[in-house]
Ligand binder design. Structure first.
Ligand code: IMP
Length: 183
């Protein structure tokens, strides 16, 4: 029987488990100070942000609420159009709450901009954003997350929640796929 391992498909590790952990600890420390006493609602954008979200939330030293939203982007010629379909909405009303949207990666930035507008229209006390990664690419509408893990190049990455065709999310690090994996 041929043994397939996800590791064999990785060309290069961009952010190791240790590097990610250290940065998530720093972000959680900052958020614990900034949100202390505000009882914020941390919104996980499924599925990509799930690992980052779980690690971040369990490192928070102040009280937080947790909720989940699942989205899928409409694509045209394999390019994101920025129009997002809500697959699973939040469970609770967010009016008057301090909301933090937790995203995995900002590529075009259209998904995060859409979610910020969507949740902002529900009259929260505040709506801020955090992304683990942001690609350094030119965008029609620049987006500045309030908190950011790492600024990276324009490569396609997988692992730590990020997928290619729903594979590789379970890798503990973030890496670049071998080109032959796409073919
Ligand atoms: P955006 O709307 O173009 O910023 O892209 C949003 C979504 O595309 C992210 O939340 C990811 O799910 C997905 N995505 C963008 N770049 C990558 C990548 O390099 N690896 C895996 N998923 C990605």
């Amino acid at each position: 029987m041929k043994i397939t391992t996800a590791e064999n498909d990785i060309q290069e590790i961009l952010y190791s488990e240790e590097t990610i952990k250290a940065r998530v600890v720093e972000l959680a420390k900052q958020l614990s100070v900034d949100y202390n006493g505000l009882d914020p609602l941390f919104v996980c954008v499924l599925k990509g942000a799930s690992f980052f979200y779980a690690d971040l939330c369990r490192l928070m030293s102040c009280r937080i609420f947790m909720d989940f939203i699942a989205v899928s982007s409409y694509e045209s010629n394999a390019k994101s159009t920025g129009v997002v379909r809500i697959i699973k909405d939040l469970d609770k009303n967010i009016t008057g709450k301090h909301v933090l949207i937790v995203e995995d990666i900002i590529d075009t930035g259209l998904t995060l901009a859409y979610l910020k507008d969507l949740l902002g229209a529900r009259k929260p006390a505040s709506v801020k954003t955090i992304s683990l990664l942001q690609k350094d690419i030119p965008r029609p509408r620049e987006i500045h997350p309030d908190y950011l893990g790492f600024r990276m190049g324009s490569q396609f990455v997988v692992g730590y929640g990020l997928d290619y065709s729903d594979y590789y999310r379970n890798l503990p690090y973030i890496g670049i796929l071998k080109p032959e994996t796409y073919s």
